[in-house]
Design a protein. Structure first.
Length: 79
């Protein structure tokens, strides 16, 4: 189940990244960062289930950082 969700979030991230590069739209890139953070979160959960704690903590922190950056872009680019 988590593998399908990782594949879905990764695919959405890749599509948004390509679209954002083609159109040069920063709001689309903010959504790409959001989905990239969700992808990293799913990877962290998977690694935690495999009992690889150090990698799980690192990817969950990376997911948090990506989502924080995404919200920052969305908040300050819209206003």
């Amino acid at each position: 189940m988590l593998a399908k969700i990782k594949l879905l979030f990764g695919s959405i991230t890749a599509i948004l990244a390509l679209y954002g590069i083609i159109t040069d739209d920063t709001l689309i890139l903010a959504l790409m960062y959001l989905f990239l953070g969700l992808t990293f979160l799913m990877i962290g959960i998977t690694e935690k289930k495999r009992e690889r704690r150090n990698i799980a903590i690192l990817t969950i922190l990376l997911a948090w950082f990506n989502r924080l950056g995404s919200f920052y872009i969305l908040l300050f680019k819209i206003c």
